[in-house]
Ligand binder design. Structure first.
Ligand code: SF4
Length: 292
């Protein structure tokens, strides 16, 4: 198999073979991310993709599911993705579901009709790393799009019937802008129709712009308790009918439940954590993280 640089398997998806169709990240400029900083973005050679498909077919001939890599393979044009979908079906006749991570702006050059075709060929779900719905925050971390783009591109996915996850990066705006990040993200996400909202807590990884700003005294990160309070504010303002997951450093019973039915229980668990958890221990766990 051909894998280049970081290989990220979405831990919340059912296990499935991983097929790399792009290398690195087409953007690679977010100030909190170092995942693909050492990899130059490019589409994988079609010969590599064919060799990998042949290998997957020899090991898992009946697989019905694939995860496509790398950071944002949906950046490929409709024509490129269409060709890859056809190749996948040539080698793996039982494939029904192809999922992948995507940036919001990966969708913008594809029409609803093209999205419908890709869906009919198995691209049924995208994992959108939105991170925030607050324009100040999106700009500050150089995300490369605005909240209105999230609304516009998600509505195209809705029209085409492609499911999507939206992620919220807890702590991304630091202390001073925490409330706006939480409330405005919840407002934007609530106007979309994600099947999953996922949240993770910010870690200042080595080599990132945010860590450099922190060292210069220009970024004021939230404490562990502040992160949980921001997450609570986000959840209080969030309204959607789907699954909620979080890979915060604390482990409480918040995951994998229908959000609408469990919102109050999730908020109560979070408040219990805010009141009772050992924040020093949580800080230590977060500081030991080396990647997302
Ligand atoms: S967060 Fe996503 S889009 Fe931003 S640089 Fe990292 S991989 Fe690329």
């Amino acid at each position: 198999m051909h894998y280049t640089g970081t290989v990220y398997r979405n831990p919340y998806e059912p296990p499935s073979p991983l097929l790399e169709i792009t290398q690195g990240c087409s953007h690679n400029k977010c100030k909190f991310c170092n995942m693909y900083s050492a990899v130059k973005f490019k589409p994988s050679p079609i010969e590599w993709i064919e060799e990998d498909l042949a290998e997957i077919a020899s090991m898992y001939p009946n697989t019905h599911r694939l995860q496509l890599l790398s950071a944002d393979p949906f950046v490929l044009s409709f024509e490129q993705l269409d060709e890859i979908c056809d190749l996948v079906h040539n080698y793996l006749s039982d494939i029904e579901i192809m999922t992948m991570a995507a940036r919001v702006d990966n969708i913008k050059d594809k029409t609803v009709e093209e999205l419908e075709i890709l869906k009919s060929k198995g691209i049924v779900e995208l994992n959108l790393g939105a991170e925030s719905g607050d324009d100040w925050t999106l700009k500050r971390v150089n995300k490369g799009y605005e909240s209105k783009d999230i609304l516009k591109q998600c509505s195209k996915l809705d029209e085409a019937g492609i499911d999507y996850w939206l992620t919220f990066l807890n702590g991304l705006a630091g202390k001073e802008h925490s409330k706006d990040h939480a409330i405005n993200s919840a407002k934007i996400f609530s106007q979309c129709n994600p099947t999953v909202v996922g949240t993770g807590g910010l870690v200042l990884f080595e080599g990132t712009g945010l860590l450099a700003q922190y060292r210069q005294g220009k970024f004021n990160p939230l404490s562990e308790k502040g992160l949980m309070e921001e997450l609570k504010l986000f959840i209080e303002n969030l309204d959607f009918d789907g699954r909620f997951i979080t890979h915060h450093t604390f482990s409480m019973n918040l995951n994998n439940s229908n959000f609408k039915e469990n919102k109050q229980r999730i908020l109560d668990s979070l408040q219990h954590g805010i009141d009772n958890l050992d924040m020093d221990r949580l800080t230590q766990i977060r500081n030991n993280k080396r990647s997302l």
